[in-house]
Design a protein around this ligand. Structure first.
Ligand SMILES: [Zn+2]
Length: 271
């Protein structure tokens, strides 16, 4: 509505550059949901699970930064910003590449940086206690999102097919690709809200939680890499009940692990 009004109001009858930029921004925003990240629901599930496991102190600090906004609410900010050219420098921060026959230590961080670098860097900044509140909000939005992304097995790519984006498949007969199936289609197919998912998944014992939270970013990436072999086991082009049945626990476990670990990091930052 607002954009249309602005275009009409342009006195010379031409569409102003600012308006074109805004329209493009919104178009790109709609398109960008199709690629490169756990979908909206997955990130919200991870945020909501984390919300259930943060300390009083962390809760208080998050309220100071975000007001009434929950972790789930802020979990997708980084994907929404993908369509804003001002943030194009962060595109490569949503994933990393570790070829099947290599370790991350062997290949190192690429010049454009990756998710492993971005997470360690962001956690370092948040722990340093040197950020003003705007910088802190920005860093937290990155952290909330990227802890999720690194747990999606295809966000740790093999370097051959853009994290499964080039692997064309049919999801119940509909054209798709393997990355999108993992980001959102296997989750959205269940037709559950993120709060219903959270109620179903959030059932770890204290001991398990402690174990999960005592791991590093590199461990999470290596776990995703390990899962990759079975992710590619599609036997033909069609993905439907069999594939979902064989992979649903992997999806659920990765969502849970991401949520619990996000809470652990937030508790550590605000201890
Ligand atoms: Zn992402």
């Amino acid at each position: 509505m607002k954009i249309g009004k602005k275009i009409n109001q342009n006195q010379k009858g031409k569409i102003g550059y600012g308006s074109v930029k805004k329209v493009l921004f919104i178009l790109l925003l709609l398109v960008s949901y199709n690629a490169l990240s756990w979908g909206l629901t997955a990130h919200r599930i991870i945020g909501e699970i984390a919300q259930n496991h943060i300390s009083k102190k962390a809760k208080k600090n998050l309220k100071r930064v975000f007001g009434q906004e929950s972790l789930a609410f802020n979990a997708n900010w980084m994907d929404l910003m993908k369509s804003n050219p001002d943030y194009s420098y962060m595109w490569s921060w949503h994933y990393c590449t570790i070829p099947d026959d290599k370790t991350y230590e062997q290949i190192g961080t690429p010049p454009e940086k990756d998710i492993i670098w971005a997470l360690n860097n962001t956690m370092g900044q948040l722990k340093s206690d040197t950020l003003n509140i705007d910088e802190e909000r920005f860093a937290l939005r990155l952290l909330i999102h990227l802890v999720g992304d690194i747990h999606q097995p295809l966000h740790v790519g093999n370097g051959k097919d853009k994290g499964g984006n080039d692997v064309k498949v049919l999801f119940f007969g509909k054209k798709s690709n393997l990355h999108r199936v993992w980001d959102s289609e296997m989750i959205d197919y269940q037709k559950l809200s993120f709060t219903e998912w959270t109620r179903m998944l959030d059932n770890y014992e204290k001991k398990e939680i402690k174990k999960l939270q005592s791991s590093t970013v590199l461990t999470w990436a290596n776990e995703s890499k390990m899962l990759r072999a079975s992710v590619y086991d599609i036997k033909g082009k069609d993905i439907s009940y069999r594939y979902i049945y064989e992979h649903k626990y992997q999806v659920q476990i990765r969502l849970k692990e991401a949520g619990i670990r996000l809470a652990g990091i937030l508790n550590e930052i605000y201890k």
